[in-house]
Design a protein. Structure first.
Length: 307
């Protein structure tokens, strides 16, 4: 789940999820059948949960979810990236990872590096969506020896993650729902997307829930936000190869993408995802997979460092 303009569990009248009369397509069923291994590593005393796909010894790829989301957002994407050993983590305060007293991008970046080290990934590519793109950039700047290349998906050049505003307004304990179905009906993404694949929505929404004694609630910590990085200052410091996935109906328009490219020391190739909303894994997952595969083909063995 994301927040504000990105994605958050809203509180509209309860309505059932959109029907999927044809059922999930074969590629989706097959992807979920390739179940990941679930593991955990402690980072600064907090347990960080992560998922792993692919054969050991392959080039590494670390996937970083967006704000208030979780590693399960990649469940139908990661198994299709066959060329790599893929790790997707739950940042602290998200998913099945532990919570902290406070959060910041630098800590999350250390978590990215820690899960890569736990899986013995040699300088992996780090790919982050939305707020996770910011985390990925921080990892590339602050841990250049541990990261070979960085790619971001629709992470805008703004002063702070857009989802932060909405969640700051909602800094209170999550509501409890008597049934999972009622909670699932509350799951929304923002901004609205014309196409939201029902089978993908169902999967990521269920993975966003935790059952407690008094009902069902969302997994993410409502007290997530700390000091944001300044991307305008961060991008010029990046010494690793970098790329941007720009979603046609997302938050990064062509002018912003050009501005981000101009700020990036070694340039920033832009991969356009036609007709994709801010969350392409929810509405255009196969286009996203194709884009990631193509990018990784240009970054063999994780992509050599510049300089």
């Amino acid at each position: 789940m994301m927040a504000d303009r990105w994605s958050t569990p809203e509180e509209p009248p309860v309505s059932a999820p959109d029907p999927d009369p044809a059922g999930p397509p074969a590629w989706f069923v097959q992807a979920l059948a390739a179940a990941p291994a679930h593991r955990e590593v402690a980072v600064d005393g907090t347990p960080v949960h992560y998922r792993v796909w692919g054969e050991p010894g392959r080039p590494g790829l670390v996937l970083v979810h967006g704000g208030a989301a979780h590693s399960g957002w990649w469940d139908h994407v990661a198994p299709q990236l066959h060329s790599h050993r893929v790790v997707a983590l739950d940042l602290s305060g998200h998913g099945d990872s532990g919570r902290r007293a406070s959060y910041d991008m630098a800590t999350w970046a250390r978590e990215v590096v820690a899960v890569a080290a736990a899986e013995d990934l040699d300088r992996p590519v780090v790919l982050g969506h939305s707020m996770g793109g910011w985390v990925s950039l921080v990892a590339g700047v602050e841990h250049p020896g541990a990261v070979s290349a960085v790619a971001v998906i629709d992470a805008p050049l703004v002063s702070r993650p857009p989802e932060e505003d909405r969640l700051r307004e909602r800094r209170r304990p999550h509501r409890r729902y008597p049934t999972a179905e009622e909670a699932l009906a509350r799951f929304r993404t923002l901004p609205p997307q014309d196409v939201l694949l029902p089978h993908v929505r169902e999967h990521v929404a269920r993975g966003s829930l935790r059952r407690e004694e008094d009902g069902w609630t969302w997994k993410f910590d409502p007290q997530l936000w700390g000091p944001p990085p300044l991307l305008a200052e961060l991008l010029p410091q990046l010494t690793r190869p970098a790329a941007l996935f720009r979603c046609e109906k997302g938050l990064v328009d062509r002018a912003m993408a050009a501005e981000m490219a101009a700020l990036t020391a070694g340039g920033l190739p832009v991969v356009d995802l036609p007709d994709a909303g801010h969350h392409p894994m929810l509405d255009r997952p196969l286009a996203l997979v194709t884009g990631i595969r193509t990018l990784l083909a240009f970054w063999p063995h994780g992509g050599p460092a510049r300089g």
